[in-house]
Write a protein that binds this ligand. Sequence first.
Ligand code: NDP
Length: 490
Amino acid sequence: MNIFKALIGEHWKESSSGQTFPSSNPFNQEVWASIPSLTKEDVAEAVEAAHLAFRDWKKTNGLERATLMHRLADLIEAEADHLARTETTDNGKLFKETKNQVLFSARNYRYFAGYADKLLGDFVPLDNREMIDYTVMEPIGPIALITAWNSPLSLLANKLAPALATGNTVVIKPSEQASISTLEFAKLAIQAGFPPGVINVVTGDGAAGDALIRHPLIAKVSFTGGSQTARLITKAVSDKLIPVTLELGGKSPNIIFADADLEEALTGAIAGIFGAAGQTCIAGSRLLVERSIVEVVKERLIQKAATIKLGDPFDPATDMGPVANKLQLEKIVSMIAEAKEEGAELLYGGEIAKDVGLHGYFIKPTIFFTERAELNIACEEVFGPVLTIIPFDNPEEALSIANHSPYGLAAGIWTRDIKKAHRVAAEIEAGNVWINTYRASAAGAPFGGTKQSGYGRERSWHALYEYTHIKNVMVNLSTKKRDPFSMQTK
Ligand code: NDP
């Protein structure tokens, strides 16, 4: 059994209550680690450490922060195997995927390190030529970073890299379902030389997250998780009136037009929903297919699904690992049962895979077909390997189905017609649109949702504005007397 501790200031700490919770490997259900379940007082200690560290950290120059961030990226790359191994053991995601994500997180730290000494302000020309005006990007203060279990390190990098580059200190709360890669990562942050208190990690369940966001010294919350928790969080901090960034779920439409390169589109459909066993916020879980090709798409997807190899997430030959935990398994099974009851046609899968020869939480790749886009299985996020195919007759109908969703995170468009691709992209209500690809990411490309998929942007220079206040400074150079009873606008 591996015993882990939380990082508060410069100390690795157990819970002051002595309470711990176990982490079990979803592939074989082995309990392999114990994690402290922090109390409200422990969480407060972490926030105070971040608050104290903020006083000096916010005054560091950009080059100092960039140097530490590059050092951190070096260490992440050097320890990529270890970090990925830890994450895969914790959440069951394929090792080749977690390794890729760990390396991508290093890329994100480097990307934002590049901005740390380039937080430019504006010089603003005023109507009044006897005044000068400039702006400054200032850090916000101790920020709570809350992440989901599906990709802890990659989700964290989206938040932590811009937060550090802009001079904020943070308290991180990973999910109790997958906390360990974040704790291992924090060791590297200390090794890189970040001063004590700049990065803190608290562990525990939702109550620890709640204590964190409510703490009076937390000046902002950046959250990745489900819409329901997001509502609790925004309500909980509403009295404090602090800014919140929300990266939430989705029910993303992946639209295949009849003129698409079918082979590429089918690969994109598989990547969209069976990659990471569908446990991604951007899962292309609604496959909208032009009616003239719907039969061939169904047939080819069934063939492809039948070749997907379920198994050990560490085996390079495995295509799909287990889902991350028992709760998740039960949720997916119940949504599949409900889809059958509400009349969706099951084309493939739809059950737990008992023939994998393991005791893990395996769901067969599952494909439904329905004409009724309003069914729950076609509207609600499953967060598992469950695809719903819906036919459409023309681009207008495709858009109407695509946009008839409370979510607006991502969308895919498959067509060889460049005009149609851009016209549809312009009308889609989603923060991220892919044309002739799906589930592709880049440090420089902004990422985030619309509608109930959240607000705010991660990655790219846009994220710098999520972690800064803009201060405007106006300077009077005039020697003339002013009228004190009238606002000076000229
Ligand atoms: P949850 O919303 O259940 O949890 C997310 C995080 O919030 C966890 O760390 C959780 O801790 C914590 N938390 C729970 N309750 C509270 C609370 N009251 N106050 C503060 N923090 C709290 O989401 P899941 O972990 O189940 O993740 C799945 C969801 O995340 C899906 O909807 C998915 O689409 C979304 N997601 C969005 C992404 C995006 O970038 N848009 C990316 C990845 C996932 P604990 O787990 O310990 O309870």
